[in-house]
Design a protein around this ligand. Structure first.
Ligand SMILES: [Zn+2]
Length: 467
């Protein structure tokens, strides 16, 4: 028998509908399973989310789109670059809507069907909204999503194409959650906000179950933190495996936040058991932009119980890490999950994580969902092209400033890195701008630098001092 129990006063409640707060003491509620009964069960069947169905609260109407059973990649090149030996990436981008939240989408929508609800509501800054929208579409339920102002555009596109009813409310997720709470109260719609439904923890704990089937127990498990529920889910998964006697020790949990938004990290460093709300949170990793983490107490518990570490990383560190795992491992992760790699680098350089330690980083969702980095990369590409043109013209000018010569010779001197036609195009451009001038000598067309050209070269040199 599975019960819903208060993590503070141990009061118990009926498991459904899922509630997240204790009516008596306001503590967070979580599902507690009968381990004696579970010890008898053999885990069998295909490697998917539903393989662990006996370890989840009971559902009857199962909705599935092939969630879970995601790969665990050994990141050899990344590990080598950081100076570690065993780094693994749990690749949740492979789920039906490209994030770990599909585990929740499947379980919550199944539960909503069991409870005969015809509408679901959630507050979401992206992944869970996209996922619920898809699972609701498949199950013919109406999906209402309250989104804050700042939402990753790719996730918004998913919510729209799956035909969710979208309402924008609040600057950050915290306000959207309050709105979702009051709408659910008024309408009786199924509450599917990740922070308000303890089934989310159950769904996500299966990530720990899968990792233990894919490899031996890691020393460290690194996860980014927004509301704080995800790190607790994985920790709960490991604790259950431990209680069942399936593992002999537990990993240390590392919780990562962005420097501009790190209420859980701050609370952990001050050894608090509750988080304090931030006034002006800011990060481009929108999936972890949460000012007042409703599941902060859970995250702090996971960090404390596992003797883990909380660490914050800057946005530039996050984007650099995003490019690194793409270039070294072929994985395109969203910024919030790339933060785990940035943290790994930081902790390794501080010798907190030792070279021989085994580490798993949770890659929660696909980089295609978050366009900040895409915009930055497109800009970079454009600058790279412009920069190349400038540098070729500059190169030609420099060659000519030493000695006047003709087109074919210039082509040879520039290392034949482009077509001769391109060289002549640059020569035309430079002539048009009055930086060089053409003249005839021995029946050949020669070019020399004008005074204006020399002044421009001088200006470039001065600029370079500044760069
Ligand atoms: Zn209580």
């Amino acid at each position: 028998m599975t019960i819903l129990q208060c993590s503070q006063c141990s009061a118990t409640f009926k498991p459904y509908p899922p509630q997240f707060k204790c009516e008596k003491c306001d503590g967070l509620l979580e599902y507690v399973h009968d381990f004696e009964q579970l010890k008898q069960i053999q885990i069998a069947g295909p490697f998917t989310f539903w393989k662990y169905r006996p370890f989840l609260p009971k559902v009857t109407n199962v909705v599935s789109m092939g969630e879970g059973g995601t790969p665990l990649h050994r990141a050899k090149r990344l590990a080598e670059k950081i100076g570690l030996t065993e780094v693994y990436l749990k690749d949740e981008t492979r789920n039906p809507t490209n994030s770990f939240r599909d585990r929740c989408g499947a379980l919550l929508v199944s539960n909503a069907l069991d409870l005969k609800c015809d509408s679901v509501i959630c507050a979401s800054s992206g992944n869970i909204g996209a996922s619920l929208a898809a699972y609701c579409a498949k199950s013919s339920l109406i999906c209402h999503i309250i989104v804050p102002k700042m939402v990753d555009i790719g996730k918004m596109a998913q919510m729209l194409i799956y035909d969710a009813v979208i309402e924008e409310y609040g600057e950050v997720l915290d306000e959207s959650i309050e709105r979702a709470k009051s709408v659910a109260k008024e309408t009786g719609w199924y509450q599917a906000s990740a922070e308000l439904n303890p089934l989310v923890i159950e769904a996500q704990k299966t990530i720990a179950f899968e990792v233990i089937e894919q490899t031996s127990l890691p020393d460290w498990f690194i996860i980014s933190m927004g509301s704080g529920g995800t790190i607790y889910s994985i920790w709960k998964g490991f604790k259950e495996l431990y209680a069942l006697g399936r593992i002999e020790t537990l990993p240390k949990m590392v919780g990562v936040q962005a420097e501009g938004c790190s209420p859980i990290v701050n609370a952990h460093l001050k050894e608090k058991t509750e988080t304090v709300s931030l006034q002006k949170p800011s990060t481009h990793a929108l999936a972890i932009l949460v000012a007042n983490p409703l599941n902060g107490a859970w995250a702090l518990r996971a960090l404390k119980e596992s003797k883990g570490i909380a660490v914050s990383v800057s946005d530039p560190e996050i984007f650099l890490a995003e490019q690194e795992i793409a270039r070294l491992e072929g994985i395109f992760a969203e910024p919030s999950s790339s933060a785990t790699i940035a943290a790994l680098k930081k902790l390794s350089s501080q010798d907190v994580i030792k070279p021989k330690d085994k580490v798993v980083c949770l890659i929660t969702g696909s980089g295609l969902k978050a366009t900040d980095v895409l915009q930055a990369l497109t800009k970079k590409r454009k600058t790279a092209v412009v920069g190349l043109e400038v540098s070729t013209k500059e190169k030609i000018l420099r060659i000519l400033s030493h000695k006047s010569t003709y087109g074919y010779d210039l082509w040879k001197q520039t290392g034949k890195t482009m077509t001769r036609a391109a060289i002549y195009q640059h020569l035309d451009d430079l002539t048009e701008r009055g930086l060089i001038v053409a003249y005839e000598e021995k029946g050949r067309k020669y070019f020399r630098v004008t005074n204006r050209g020399r002044r421009v070269l001088g200006a470039i040199d001065e600029l370079k001092v500044l760069l």
